[in-house]
Design a protein. Structure first.
Length: 520
């Protein structure tokens, strides 16, 4: 609807709603209904005007529909929902203060509401400023000119963005390098053990690698996974990610960005996409073939129709699925000593922060995040580095119990080792003990592609000897870390930080077993 369409009510005493409204994404709903419900692509929309009963008069509720209709037709549907929620908060506050339902929104009410907000919550009114201006400009009663003049004369703070990133919040901000590597290792181990399903494993890894929005993963179809044979004989794997542009319909697959996927995950993703395509081969809901099947189908059917997106998960469903996968891993943070709360949003922040620390500028970060400009990416460049340029022995021993990086067990003697009768299971290295005294035994029955003994300390098959030369391993890793910082690069030097914490944990556990109380 254009502005002129609603202006017809300017000279009319009774407001007249249109018979139907078509949203920016093409959905249609009855504006006269007490509840607007429709699907904006994959996003279920619900605007319930009955929730305004008691805090606003019937006349004001009817008038509020006109500016909301304008936003429904000219902006993303989620914007309409957010405006409605912010309006309800204001009406609840004002009606409680005056002891009766609100019949008109004037300057004094807005001033009182603003005074009730804090510096951190003033965005709740700031988010309504443009809405009230639009309301008044449409000629619809309900908002006074004095209220609009007040909004134009004051500067309201917007919603604070990027605080969790700038402060490296341990609960809501980006993961540290140690937390990220621990999460990746735990995910791989869980998949190898069969406790994480293939589709969940691939979705989690795509979040780790790409950091895209939940809506973008929800929009993916099997045709978006591509295998490209290069002239030199190599194979590249590409994921065509739908763009979700600000100010446009969120449910459209009109523009894409191709993202390279690492070969090991790419090959698995290609095979998985083929299996999904075969699964939906006989489904007649896909008019142009099973290539339009969702890459990550919903696990439960829904009664609500999603035209063009049959069997797709909702963005909320994707978010809950990612969160549950990482929750089950029980990876501990070296900052809090508690299991990490990993969400797709935190992984998105982590990807962007890591890119900034690798020296990429705002343009590259905006490209990775699929932003149309650099307005909101500066926080990643300014983010306080969490990399500790100097980890000494004392700090490593203090952090070790929090990180839980050591994945194996400490044993009192080789006789209790799983493969104690097999000399090949011993893990030795003359760099740490000239007499070739073992660090421990390997409980894995089969070949291992990792570099012993450094990689052993974060492996669940490692059985560390209580009297092994672990302190020598710790000293070696700390000296090597310092050398790399001085001669090479901080990023390279911190690769083994989680291993350092794992070795430090073994040192502590061994001391406790031996009853040693000497200071670090």
């Amino acid at each position: 609807m254009t502005e002129h369409r609603a202006i017809t009510c300017q000279s009319s005493i009774r407001l007249s709603l249109p018979t139907k409204v078509r949203t920016l994404s093409g959905a249609v709903f009855d504006p006269d209904a007490k509840r607007w419900t429709f699907h904006d692509g994959l996003q279920p929309i619900n605007v319930n005007f009955e929730r305004l009963s008691g805090c606003a008069t019937d006349e004001l509720i009817a008038a509020a529909k006109f500016p909301l209709i304008w936003y429904a037709e000219n902006a993303q549907a989620v914007t309409t929902v957010n405006l409605f929620d912010n309006l309800r908060r204001l009406l609840l506050s004002v009606s409680a203060a005056q002891g009766q339902p609100v019949g008109i929104i004037d300057a004094s009410q807005l001033a009182t509401y603003r005074a009730s907000l804090t510096w951190e919550t003033e965005w709740k009114l700031g988010g309504l400023s443009a809405f009230f201006k639009k309301w008044e400009s449409l000629g619809v009663p309900g908002v006074t000119k004095a209220a609009v003049r007040l909004l134009k004369s004051v500067r309201l703070k917007g919603n604070r963005k990027g605080v969790a990133v700038l402060t490296m919040d341990p609960l809501m901000g980006p993961l540290t390098d140690i937390e990220r590597s621990a999460t990746q290792a735990a995910l791989n181990h869980a998949f190898a053990a069969g406790t994480v399903a293939l589709d969940d494993y691939l979705l989690a890894w795509l979040c780790l690698l790409l950091g895209q929005r939940n809506i973008q993963f929800a929009l993916l179809k099997v045709c978006d996974v591509r295998e490209i044979a290069k002239d030199d004989g190599a194979t590249e794997y590409v994921l065509r990610v739908p763009r979700v542009k600000q100010g446009s319909a969120a449910g459209r697959r009109e523009q894409f960005k191709e993202r390279l996927i690492t070969p090991n995950i790419g090959k698995m993703l290609m095979d998985y996409a083929s299996s999904v395509r075969a699964r939906f081969g006989g489904d007649d809901t896909f008019s142009i073939g099973p290539s339009q099947a969702p890459l990550f189908p919903q696990k439960r059917t829904t009664k609500k129709a999603r035209p063009g997106f049959h069997h797709h998960m909702s963005p909320e469903g994707i978010g809950k699925r990612v969160k549950s996968v990482f929750e089950a891993l029980q990876v501990y943070s070296e900052r809090t000593g508690e299991p990490l709360k990993v969400t797709s949003k935190r992984l998105r922040q982590t990807m962007a922060t890591s890119a900034a620390r690798e020296g990429h500028g705002e343009l590259i970060i905006a490209e990775l995040l699929d932003h149309s400009d650099t307005q909101n990416v500066g926080i990643y460049v300014k983010a306080t580095p969490e990399i500790i340029e100097r980890i000494d022995r004392a700090l490593a021993l203090r952090m070790a119990p929090l990180a839980h990086a050591f994945a194996g067990v400490v044993i009192g003697s080789e006789s209790v080792a799983i493969r104690g009768d097999d000399p090949k299971s011993r893990i030795v290295d003359p760099r740490f003990d000239e007499t070739m005294k073992p660090m421990g035994n390997c409980g894995r029955d089969g070949p291992c592609a990792f570099m012993a003994p450094i990689a052993c300390y974060t492996c669940k098959y490692f059985q560390a000897w209580v009297d092994g030369p672990h302190e020598a391993v710790l000293d070696y890793l700390l000296v090597e870390r310092g050398r790399l910082i001085a001669q090479v690069d901080v990023r390279i030097a911190t690769v083994n930080d989680r291993t350092i914490l794992a070795v430090a944990e073994v040192v502590q556990l061994a001391r406790e077993r031996r009853g040693v109380t000497e200071n670090a």
